[in-house]
Design a protein around this ligand. Structure first.
Ligand code: NAD
Ligand code: DAU
Length: 350
């Protein structure tokens, strides 16, 4: 495969871990990071790689078709790993259109540019779309999502991701574009924006604020260490087969309330507070509309065909995550000013 790779959304949570992994590991590649720098994109995440000679940041919007086409013409990318997206379910409930623009039209703009520039010369080329397990909908008490599970998206976010997956497959089927898709479960780790459950709980404990739990708190997610997701993407990009879909998951299901209690215990210990201090902040609030009850991924195809398995346990990962947030409180306060405060008031009314 050629070595000029475009990573979209590389200033975000997962994207920044992926960019670091590729820049440090593949010194003979040129990694281009295209990001609009929305509220979720933060170049501080990439301070340690920004001066490397095999890395280049490009500020731009995937919704701008002409700009995207010009970019592909100029740089002649060999591969695309597409992560740029609006990624938060609650925001998609407040403002669905932004998700339709970026997640669907933005993805189609990238597909068109790849198709136009590669012009049927697909040898050594790859278009890899990063998607989510939420496209499969919600599970009951039993069962796991397989690659063959029917799509049944329930939120505006997951509907937009499902639609983008369909377009990626359609371009593979119709134009022969060398595409790959992976659908991953919930990620956690350093640099995650504190609108998502785990960093929100850590951040609120540090500020002695209420810990908002939607509904009965018994909703279940399958959590994966973000660096393990980056490693899975690396494996799939290099060794996956064209046209294939791979599920990625942590084999690690937790009910929300149990994760929150675990974080409370670890932070009480680390902050030197009596056990039970942080959990007093737990506040049950109105449920998320259309809240999916349970996600759980069967990642055995990725394990048996490509040999990927998660590298660390959740207990280890959550400790490392909490330590990272404790050591990077300036990072937190830089991004939780401005627009985020407005969103927080609208979402939680507290
Ligand atoms: P994030 O919100 O942290 O980052 C998204 C990035 O995309 C930001 O840097 C943002 O600036 C950029 N971006 C947004 N709109 C853009 C546009 N129009 N043009 C260019 N850049 C734009 O998201 P994340 O959690 O890192 O998720 C990355 C991808 O992985 C998404 O596609 C998401 O659907 C998928 N995913 C996320 C998870 C998870 O648990 N976070 C799990 C599975 C899949
Ligand atoms: O499954 C993969 C998906 O995981 C990704 O595609 C999404 O981009 C990512 O945001 C994540 O979606 P979730 O909706 O599962 O993540 P979130 O962190 O928003 O919520 C996790 C669970 O915690 C969910 O059941 C809702 C609940 N929750 C969340 C927040 C923000 C609360 O109870 N209180 C909260 O304040």
């Amino acid at each position: 495969m050629g070595n000029k790779i475009l990573i979209t959304g590389g200033a975000g949570f997962i994207g920044s871990h992926l960019v670091r992994q590729f820049v440090n590991k593949y010194t003979d590649y040129k990694i281009f990071n295209l990001d609009k720098l929305t509220y979720a994109g933060n170049l501080e995440n990439l301070k340690d790689v920004e001066s490397k000679s095999n890395y280049q940041f490009i500020k731009g919007d995937i919704n701008d078709a002409e700009f995207i086409n010009d970019l592909f013409l100029k740089y002649q990318f060999d591969g695309v790993i597409h992560l740029a997206a609006e990624s938060h379910v609650d925001r998609s409930i407040l403002e669905p259109l932004a998700f339709i623009h970026t997640n669907i039209i933005g993805t189609v703009n990238l597909l068109n540019a790849a198709k136009n520039i590669w012009k049927d010369h697909y040898e050594g080329k790859r278009f890899y779309h990063i998607s989510t397990d939420e496209v499969y909908g919600s599970l009951g008490e039993e069962g796991l999502f397989l690659e063959s599970t029917s799509y049944d998206p329930q939120s505006p976010y997951s509907a937009s991701k499902a639609s983008s997956d369909h377009f990626v497959r359609a371009y593979g089927n119709t134009y022969g574009l060398p595409i790959i898709i992976s659908n991953c479960s919930n990620n956690y780790g350093p640099n995650q924006f504190p609108e998502k459950l785990i960093p929100l709980i850590i951040s609120n404990i540090l500020q002695n604020k209420a810990l908002p739990i939607y509904g009965d708190g018994k909703y279940t997610r399958d959590w994966l260490w973000v660096k393990d997701h980056a490693m899975a993407i690396d494996t799939i990009y290099h060794n996956g087969a064209n046209g294939e879909t791979y599920n990625i998951g942590g084999f690690n299901e937790w009910k929300n309330i149990n994760i929150v209690l675990l974080i409370c215990d670890i932070l009480d210990e680390k902050l030197g507070n009596p056990s039970g201090t942080s959990s007093q902040l737990i506040t049950y609030i109105k449920d998320r509309p259309g809240h999916d009850r349970r996600y759980a991924i069967d990642a055995s195809k990725l394990k048996s065909e490509l040999g990927w398995v998660p590298s660390i346990t959740f207990e280890e990962g959550i400790r490392q995550t909490i330590e990272w947030y404790l050591d990077n409180q300036q990072w937190l306060s830089n991004i939780t000013s401005g627009e985020y405060l407005q969103y927080y008031k609208q979402q939680y009314q507290i």
